[in-house]
Design a protein around this ligand. Structure first.
Ligand code: FEO
Length: 446
């Protein structure tokens, strides 16, 4: 987690509020230092948190008086956000710290959620007080609607994952609480409106859920875990749709995995209808929905989790069969548009082609899309093909992805330089198209 540097863009132009925000940022940084220090003690943590709480309370009070003094029209919403943080989020995080005796996970959750909340709140809601932006949470449901969704999600987590959840925040905006996997689903409704729903799982929670369901220990997130997660997520949303009919999730149009960075960017752009963060002893989980229509409705039917588990097993058999017959995905990495177009034309009838014009963006694509083969250029600016392959081989989650060089550089020295990184092959751009195609076909047949 990186430190938060105060910057002029955070200022709202009301002197005493800006000064209080600066103190809040510096307190957060102290807590961050503390969370990263080897010799953090429970006492120091407790004192730091006490200081943060008392400063937050005082600041909210002062800011609320200011909003009232200028007749701020969104006062009630803003106060509601403060109340949610001071009366729900902080106490829930503190309880987790105490129950876990200040475990590293609980400290990471506390610091990550607090820092994320403060940055997001200062950059949107506090700026909105002076008209610099609009409120991000202006359209979120309050009261009964939010309670219904909260109750439904807690029930579903209990029934489907067999875990006990508690709501941590009603305004989740991508706070960084650990390694996360984000599954995004885009649905269209009966009246053609679109819902974009993102489920965010902390990795250790994901492993716990999948290990429970399949009755086998999964030590790391691999393809199998992600397949089960995708399936469970879709089932989860199906249940939400049945219980809250206002979630008009008729047709699944798109499904993707997002990196944490992409998740944060989407929160910068979008104003969610609802975005809730839940904590379990086994890790954190968030549910975020964006639509054209506000949420309303009531809870209906129940799920039988034994059926859900059987369905997962059936799904996995089907998924494996589909895996065998599905089109292979090839990522082509080359800084030449001409070369990307040549390979696309050559291979796209038979294979799904992903493209990247730099090694850095290739690494991100590989992490999210996991191609079956990478065709990698050697000579590229900033980070060349050899360095890209070194990065792939050094990351255990993607180290086993086959990489074949497709390059203009055919001298013996270059080929020797990358031998230790075990590429699947070494093709030259001067080779004829049918030879390149046959090599790729042979690779997949093998
Ligand atoms: Fe500066 Fe609304 O907190």
């Amino acid at each position: 987690m990186s430190h938060i540097a105060w910057d002029k863009s955070y200022e709202i132009g009301v002197d005493f509020i800006d000064k209080e925000h600066q103190v809040l940022f510096s307190t957060m940084n102290k807590l961050l230092n503390l969370s990263e220090s080897e010799e953090k003690s429970e006492w120091v943590c407790r004192e730091g948190i006490k200081y943060l709480k008392s400063h937050t309370d005082k600041h909210f009070e002062n800011e609320e008086k200011y909003m009232q003094s200028i007749g701020y029209s969104e006062y009630e919403i803003h106060k509601h956000l403060h109340d949610d943080f001071r009366h729900k989020t902080m106490p829930a995080l503190e309880e987790e710290l105490q129950e876990s005796q200040y475990s590293a996970d609980a400290i990471r959750h506390f610091v990550g959620v607090c820092i994320g909340w403060v940055i997001s709140h200062t950059l949107t809601e506090d700026q909105a007080i002076v008209g610099k932006t609009g409120s991000k949470w202006g359209k979120i449901p309050h009261g009964k609607e939010k309670d219904a969704l909260e109750t439904t999600i807690i029930q579903l987590v209990q029934e489907m994952f067999q875990l006990k959840a508690k709501m941590i925040s009603g305004q989740y905006a991508g706070e960084d609480f650990g390694n996360v996997f984000c599954c995004r689903f885009v649905y269209s409704g009966e009246n053609k409106e679109r819902w974009q729903i993102t489920l965010v799982f902390e990795d250790r929670l994901l492993l716990k859920i999948v290990s429970n369901i399949l009755n086998t220990e999964y030590p790391k997130v691999d393809d199998m875990v992600l397949n089960v997660t995708r399936y469970l997520s879709r089932q989860f949303l199906e249940q939400i749709r049945e219980r809250i009919p206002a979630f008009d999730l008729m047709t699944l149009e798109d499904e993707s995995l997002l990196t944490h960075e992409q998740l944060l960017k989407s929160f910068e752009r979008e104003h969610p209808d609802c975005s809730l963060l839940f904590g379990m002893r086994e890790g954190y989980f968030a549910f975020s929905a964006v639509s054209a229509e506000p949420l309303s409705g009531k809870i209906v039917s129940e799920i039988n989790h034994h059926n859900a588990i059987n369905a997962v097993k059936e799904y996995l058999v089907k998924e494996n069969e589909e895996q065998e017959s599905r089109r292979h995905k090839i990522l082509v990495v080359d800084d030449s548009e001409f070369m990307l177009a040549r390979i696309r034309q050559l291979l796209s009838d038979k294979y799904d082609i992903l493209e990247s014009n730099s090694s850095i963006s290739a690494i991100k694509i590989i992490a999210v899309n996991r191609p079956d083969l990478v065709l990698l250029d050697y000579e590229m600016p900033i980070c060349d093909g050899k360095q890209a392959l070194e990065m792939i081989r050094s990351d255990e989650d993607i180290a086993d992805i086959p990489v074949m060089f497709l390059t203009g550089r055919g001298d013996k020295e270059s080929v020797k330089n990358v031998k230790a990184l075990k590429p699947e092959g070494y093709l030259l751009k001067t080779m004829p198209d049918d030879f390149i195609m046959k090599t790729v076909d042979d690779f997949f047949e093998k």
